[in-house]
Design a protein around this ligand. Structure first.
Ligand code: SAJ
Length: 413
């Protein structure tokens, strides 16, 4: 059995920090590496810079025990797990610059016997590129692309697949797809994941592991697009889409997802493009789903504008700007985009209720948008747009809400 006395997690964001904390909670020394000094300081003081249920408790415990420390300088370790962002560029091609930087940062401290894992969701071929960047920086070591099972450094892709909001549970319980660049890489990666994963570890090669992750998120995107397209068709035909979906889902082999204001987050709204850009001619349905989902915020925006237009002085309350319920994550959020476009249209006063943040995001700078409580919004606004189904909004008295003009993109009322 391989020993991992010290694990380095590169990138302490929504995936890296929980991963680091969970491994540290198994008694392993974890050093978390991040370029963000303020995040590093926050973690070292036992606090967290992101909202994820119970993460604060676990981080505080492992930092207090001395099992987790954060730093901005690479340190030696037995295994390195890279969990950095992989956004897309203007042409929808993946931006691998964060992975490249991570490779350059850890390369100088690599030692024979080390394992490097790429957890970031990546286009097919990214793990091979990572191995090439490492090899370029360390000609004194051998890597699996040339030395196979005999390589000094093992490299594998093990895509993260945890659901924001349930990260701590899913990190442990989900099955993992492990794609080593050689059999030895896969074996070594499995022994690392076995330290904290209760789910099964399924072995494949790196390219299939990359594609598996993209496939999972594209599957969901296509299914949400189906629901979103249905919602627009139902509006046209004067049918309540929520009732329709409920009824259709009573068929034993039908399971339609929920329509919404669009698809947000750094994953489902991004990853399908990695497939499209690798196979533009072939990925027709996957591209179309992205386009359907990307069009939905504009559709909801128009509905809100039409609703507000009936008032002399429209005061519009946007309920939620996060990308989904009960989190503070605003990345690629359709709710945020809708709110921003609404304020830019200057149709009226725009209020935001977002129980998961204390201040409005920079994206709203220069716009006339106020962050208010639910009560303040109920007093002041005449038009309501439910953009996120946060638990707090489900507690609003439906009788009170019925007195307002309402666009409910999440179907909570
Ligand atoms: N959404 C709908 N209708 C639905 C479900 C979701 O409109 O019925 C919207 C949400 O509001 C949100 C977006 O889709 O804007 C994505 O939310 P999500 O909960 O489906 O997924 P994410 O992005 O939070 O997490 C996904 C997960 N992937 C899958 O479920 C296949 C997660 O397991 C991945 O680890 C994560 O992407 C990731 O990091 O890639």
């Amino acid at each position: 059995m391989v020993q991992f006395n010290r694990v380095s997690v590169v990138g302490l964001g929504y995936i890296g920090l929980p991963t680091a904390a969970v491994i540290a909670s198994r008694g392993i020394n974890v050093v978390g590496l991040d370029v963000n000094q303020s995040a590093v300081d926050t973690i070292n003081s036992g606090n967290v810079h992101i909202v994820e249920p119970d993460l604060d408790i676990v981080v505080r415990a492992v930092v207090t025990d001395g099992k987790l420390k954060a730093t901005t300088q690479a340190e030696k370790a037995d295994a390195f797990m890279i969990a950095v962002p992989t956004p897309f560029k203007d042409d929808y091609k993946a931006d691998l610059s964060y992975i490249e930087s991570a490779a350059k940062v850890i390369a100088p401290v690599l030692e024979k016997g080390n394992l490097v894992i790429l957890e970031s969701t990546s286009p097919v071929g990214a793990t091979e590129k990572l191995a090439d960047w490492l090899a370029e920086a360390r000609p004194d070591l051998t890597f699996p692309q040339t030395a196979g099972n005999e390589a000094d450094i093992n490299v594998a892709h093990c895509p993260e697949r945890v659901l924001p909001g349930y990260v701590l549970r899913e990190l442990v319980e989900n099955d993992r797809v492990i794609g080593g660049m050689s059999d030895a890489c896969s074996e070594k990666a499995i022994s690392l994941y076995k330290l904290f994963v209760k789910g099964e570890c399924l072995i494949t090669n790196a390219r299939t592991a990359e594609m598996a992750k993209l496939t999972e998120n594209s599957f969901r995107d296509v299914n949400i697009a189906f629901a979103n397209e249905l919602s627009v068709i139902c509006d046209k035909l004067d049918i309540n889409v929520w009732e329709l979906v409920k009824l259709a889902n009573r068929h034993p082999r039908v399971n339609i997802l929920n329509p919404g204001p669009g698809v947000g987050g750094h994953c489902i709204a991004v990853d399908p493009w990695f497939i499209v850009s690798s196979a533009p001619e072939e990925a027709k349905l996957i591209r179309q789903a992205r386009e359907v989902n990307d069009a939905k915020p504009h559709y909801i925006l128009n509905q809100i504008k039409q609703a507000a237009d009936q008032f002399k002085k429209p005061v519009i309350a946007c309920l939620g700007i996060a990308f989904k319920a009960d989190i503070d994550d605003l990345r690629e959020s359709p709710a945020l985009d809708i709110t921003k476009m609404l304020a830019e249209s200057e149709i009226g006063e725009v209020l935001v209720v977002e129980p998961n943040i204390d201040e409005l995001p920079k994206a709203f700078d220069g716009l006339n948008i106020k962050l208010v409580s639910i009560e303040e919004a109920m007093d002041a606004a005449n038009t309501f747009a439910v953009l996120v189904d946060h638990k707090e909004f489900k507690e609003i008295d439906p009788v009170e809400m019925a007195k307002k003009v309402l666009i409910d993109s999440r179907g909570i009322f």
